[in-house]
Design a protein around this ligand. Structure first.
Ligand code: VG1
Ligand code: CO
Length: 559
C-alpha cells in the first residue's frame, strides 16, 4: 500500500535529556500529546545516514511499549528508514536487541525500556538509542539528541500506517514513493543462536540432569520467554526451574530489580537449602543476581571477577585470549586483581555500559562489569543477565564446585574486596545537589592540601585520606572526556568511599554511596560485609553529612 508522510507542527518539551541509559520518565509524561513523537524525531534526526537505514526496535513489554512501537513504525517510515526489524509483539530483551543489531548489521536500534524501574500506568517508561555496534549511544550522540529536542518545530509521521506486530514475517509499504519494510522476528531466535556459539550446551545439559537444583526468576520482566526457551526447552531443566516467567506490563506491581531487597523472595527461597543455584533478572534482562545454596550472595563486583578468572570454562574464551578487563569506577577492585594476576590490560570507566563499547570495538576489552548487577562481554555491546548465568553454570559444570566454594577459592587466591552500596531513593533534589557540591568542594584541587592525609576513625578503625577527586575519564580510543562522574575518596590502605547521583531515576534524586575495602587475610574472608564495612559507612556518612542534609536516616536499599 502506498502512503504519504506528513509534517506535524510541535513545540519543544523541557528535560528530554537522556541519562545514564536513555530517557526515562513516568508513563503519563510520555503520554502527553507529541512528547514521545518529539523524542523519537530527535533520535531519528541524530542518526547519521538515516535514509535507507535498517533499525531494530523492541522493548521489555512494559506498559505503553506497544503504543511507542506504533509511533516508531509511523515515524521511521516518514523519515526515510528503509527497514525496521521488530521483535514479535514488540518484545526484545536489551541484550537480544544488541545481538540482533550486530548479527543483521543494522544501523542502530531503539530500545523501549526503563530497565529496573517499576512499570504500569503510573510507573516508568524509557526510550534508548543504540548505535551500529549494538551498544548504547555514546554521549556525543545523546547530547546531539538533547540539543535537537530544545529547538524542534515539527516531526514527520505516516499516520495511516497500522500493522499487526504479533505476526512473524515481512510487511512491505511504499512511503513517499520509497520502499519501507517491517520485518517481525522471533524475539529469542538470534540470541539463542549466539548463546549456543558461546557456551557448551551439551555440558550444561548434563549439569541440569544431575543433582543441582536451579531456580531462575524473571521478575515478570522480558526474560520469561528467554529463560523458558533456554533452560526448559534447550537445556532440559525440570518444570519449576523458571519462576515469575510470565511477562506483565507492570511487572506484577514490583520493582523488576534483581537485588537483595526487591528480589528478597528469591533469597528466601534459596535459604530453604533446596537449590544450589538461583538467579534473577531485571525488567529488560541486562542485569542479573547470582545466589548459591542457602542464599549465598555473590556481589556483582565479585561475579565479574570470578567469570574473568575462570574464562577458560567458557568455550568462547577457551580458544581466543581474553583481551582486557574493565569495570565501572564504583565497582569494587576485585576485577583489578584478576587483571593484574593474568597480565591483562585493565580499564576503569564511568558508570554506564556505553563506556565499554569503544574498548570492545578496538579489541582491547573482553569481559566487564558494574556493581549494579551488570556483567557482560564483547559478544554484544550491552550487559547480559542470561550470559552471566550461563557463565556461572559453565564454571560450576567445569570445576564441579558450588557457588560458595568457587567464591572461597577465588578469595583465597586474590584476597577479598568487601563491598556495599547504599541507595537513598527519591531524596529532594536540592539537598542532594548541595551534598554533592560540598563533596566536590572538599576534593577540589584548591582544597586538596586540607583534605589529603586527613585521618578518620570509627569503631577502632582508622583511615587516612590518600587521594580524592571527582572522577574524570578520557576515552582511550576517541579521546572524549567525561567529567564529574562521581566523588571518590581513596584511603591509604586502598579502601574507597564514592558518592554519585543516579542518572536513571525519574523523580527527585537518588544518592548512591559505595564502599569498597580490601582484605588479604584469608581468616577474615567469611565475615559479613556489612559488619566489616560499618566503620567506613559511618565515616562516609560523617564526611558527606548525608543524614543532616537529606534528613534520611536509613537507605532505601542496601546491596
Ligand atoms: C544505574 C547503575 C548503572 C547502570 C545503569 C543502567 O545507573 O548504577 O551502573 O549502568 O543504572 O542499568 P544510575 O545512574 O542510576 O546509577 V539498567 O539495567 O537501567 O539498563
Ligand atoms: Co536493565
Amino acid at each position: 500500500m502506498s502512503h504519504t508522510s506528513q509534517k506535524v507542527a510541535t513545540t519543544p518539551f523541557e528535560g528530554q535529556k537522556p541519562g545514564t541509559s536513555g530517557l526515562r520518565k513516568h508513563v503519563p509524561v510520555f503520554q502527553q500529546a507529541n512528547y514521545t513523537e518529539n523524542f523519537v524525531q530527535c533520535t531519528l534526526s541524530a542518526v547519521d545516514d538515516l535514509k535507507g537505514s535498517t533499525l531494530v526496535v523492541g522493548g521489555d513489554g512494559r506498559y505503553y511499549m506497544k503504543e511507542a512501537v506504533a509511533v516508531i513504525i509511523r515515524m521511521a517510515a516518514a523519515n526515510g528508514v528503509k527497514k525496521l526489524i521488530i521483535g514479535q509483539n514488540g518484545v526484545f530483551s536489551t541484550p537480544a536487541l544488541s545481538c540482533v543489531i550486530r548479527k543483521r548489521k543494522a544501523n542502530g536500534g531503539i530500545i523501549l525500556t526503563a530497565s529496573h524501574n517499576p512499570g504500569g500506568p503510573k510507573g516508568d517508561f524509557g526510550i534508548k538509542y543504540n548505535t551500529a555496534n549494538g551498544g548504547p549511544a555514546p554521549e556525543g550522540v545523546t547530547n546531539k539528541i538533547f540539543e535537537l529536542t530544545k529547538t524542534l518545530t515539527e516531526y514527520r509521521i505516516c499516520p495511516d500506517i497500522n500493522m499487526d506486530i504479533g505476526q512473524i514475517g515481512n510487511k512491505d509499504f511504499t512511503v513517499d514513493g520509497n520502499a519501507f519494510t517491517v520485518e517481525i522476528v522471533d524475539s529469542v531466535e538470534d540470541y539463542l543462536g549466539l548463546m549456543k556459539e558461546i557456551f557448551d550446551f551439551d555440558s550444561l545439559k548434563k549439569l541440569f540432569s544431575g543433582s543441582l537444583k536451579v531456580v531462575i526468576n524473571a521478575m515478570h520482566g522480558v526474560m520469561g520467554p528467554y529463560a523458558k526457551r533456554i533452560f526448559l526447552q534447550e537445556l532440559g531443566a525440570p518444570d519449576g526451574t523458571c519462576i515469575n516467567c510470565e511477562p506483565k506490563d507492570d511487572f506484577g506491581g514490583h520493582h523488576p530489580d534483581p537485588n537483595l531487597t526487591y528480589a528478597k523472595d528469591l533469597v528466601d527461597l534459596l535459604k530453604k537449602g533446596e537449590h544450589g543455584f538461583g538467579a534473577a533478572f531485571d525488567g529488560d534482562g541486562d542485569r542479573n543476581m547470582i545466589l548459591g545454596l542457602n542464599g549465598f550472595f555473590v556481589t556483582p563486583s565479585d561475579s565479574v571477577a570470578v567469570i574473568a578468572a575462570n574464562a577458560k570454562c567458557i568455550p568462547y574464551f577457551a580458544t581466543g585470549k581474553v583481551k582486557g578487563l574493565s569495570r565501572s569506577m564504583p565497582t569494587s577492585g576485585a576485577l583489578d586483581r584478576v587483571a593484574q594476576a593474568e597480565g591483562l590490560e585493565f580499564f576503569e570507566v564511568p558508570t554506564g555500559w556505553k563506556f565499554f563499547g569503544n574498548l570492545m570495538d578496538a579489541s582491547r576489552l573482553s569481559i566487564c562489569g558494574e556493581e549494579s548487577f551488570g556483567t557482560g562481554s564483547d559478544h554484544i555491546r550491552e550487559k547480559d543477565g542470561l550470559w552471566a548465568v550461563l557463565s556461572w553454570l559453565s564454571i560450576m559444570a567445569t570445576r564441579q564446585l558450588s557457588v560458595e566454594e568457587i567464591l572461597k577459592s577465588h578469595w583465597g587466591k586474590y584476597g577479598r574486596n568487601f563491598f556495599t552500596r547504599y541507595d537513598y531513593e527519591n531524596v529532594d533534589s536540592e539537598p542532594a545537589n548541595k551534598m554533592m557540591a560540598n563533596l566536590r568542594e572538599m576534593v577540589s584541587e584548591s582544597n586538596a592540601a586540607n583534605f589529603i592525609n586527613k585521618e578518620y576513625s570509627n569503631s577502632g578503625k582508622a583511615y587516612q585520606v590518600g587521594k580524592a577527586d571527582d572522577f574524570e575519564y578520557t576515552d582511550p580510543i576517541d579521546g572524549s572526556v567525561s567529567k564529574k562522574q562521581g566523588v571518590r575518596i581513596i584511603f591509604k590502605d586502598g579502601s574507597r568511599i564514592i558518592f554519585r547521583l543516579s542518572g536513571t531515576g525519574s523523580s527527585g534524586a537518588t544518592v548512591r554511596m559505595y564502599i569498597d575495602s580490601y582484605e588479604a587475610d584469608e581468616s577474615q574472608h567469611m565475615k559479613d560485609a556489612q559488619e566489616v564495612l560499618k566503620p567506613l559507612v559511618q565515616i562516609a556518612l560523617e564526611i558527606s553529612q548525608l543524614r543532616e542534609l537529606t534528613g534520611r536516616q536509613e537507605p532505601t536499599v542496601i546491596t
